[in-house]
Write a protein that binds this ligand. Sequence first.
Ligand SMILES: [Zn+2]
Length: 91
Amino acid sequence: MEKPLACPKCHSTSLLKWGLGASGRQKYRCALCRRQFVAGSDHFLEPEKKAVVMRLLEAGVEPAKIREAIPDISLRWVYELRRRLKRDRQG
Ligand SMILES: [Zn+2]
């Protein structure tokens, strides 16, 4: 199920097509905040934000708490990161 496309930063739906991303997916640019992003990348997150989430996960913070602290990330994504973290530790 495809969600209506919106800017991951400001959630505006005023988007401009902005060429193709490295993976061949349609890129968009937000007309409001000018943030560029690739369509359908639910898991897209800035590296800084990912680093923060990883630190919190490593400290044992529950995904729901992390989601409260950083509202514009998806809870599913936090769980996914935690799964990866556990897997890496086991390996
Ligand atoms: Zn925006």
